[in-house]
Design a protein around this ligand. Structure first.
Ligand code: UDP
Ligand code: MG
Length: 140
């Protein structure tokens, strides 16, 4: 087990639906640690940088519009194997395929508005954490 940091975002649909407390609670009950958190309105440039790997996808414009449409909760979450643990807790990208018991499986019904983002590997975790947070904003 490696102690990892991962970037997690509760997307605008989660904030709009007042699910922030419930979703944070799931991460905390798993014994993951929130070491940074900020409620932000993501601008177009930041959204495009964050999702740069998807810029050729047909859904890119819709995705950028959605994540910039309202406040989101950006977080850094830490714990043993935190990257894959959070991904497992999120469930499949498409909530229709996500297993009940996962966040998307329990709360989602829309492929774009699927509640939560989590880094998909060590490289993206490093890049995304640094994109949203300064070292001094994370508790040790
Ligand atoms: N998405 C979408 N349409 C698709 C696939 C993805 O709108 O056909 C959105 C969805 O919000 C997803 C995000 O784009 O969470 C990023 O896609 P990715 O494949 O990285 O999925 P994730 O890593 O979030 O499961
Ligand atoms: Mg992804």
């Amino acid at each position: 087990m490696v102690n990892e940091k991962t970037f997690v975002m509760l997307k605008p649909d989660a904030v709009e639906r007042r699910l922030v407390g419930e979703l944070i609670s799931r991460l905390e009950k798993k014994n993951l640690r929130i070491i940074a958190a900020r409620l932000i309105r993501i601008d177009k440039k930041l959204a495009e940088t964050h999702y740069t790997e998807l810029k050729e996808k047909p859904f890119f414009k819709e995705l950028v519009k959605f994540v910039t449409d309202g406040p989101a909760l950006a977080m850094v979450v830490q714990g043993p194997n935190a990257i894959s643990v959070v991904r497992a807790m999120m469930g499949a990208t498409n909530p229709f395929n996500a297993t009940p018991g996962t966040i998307r499986g329990d709360y989602g019904l829309d492929l774009t508005k699927n509640l939560i983002h989590g880094s998909d590997g060590p490289e993206s975790a490093k890049r995304e954490v640094a994109l949203f947070f300064k070292e001094s904003e994370m508790v040790g």
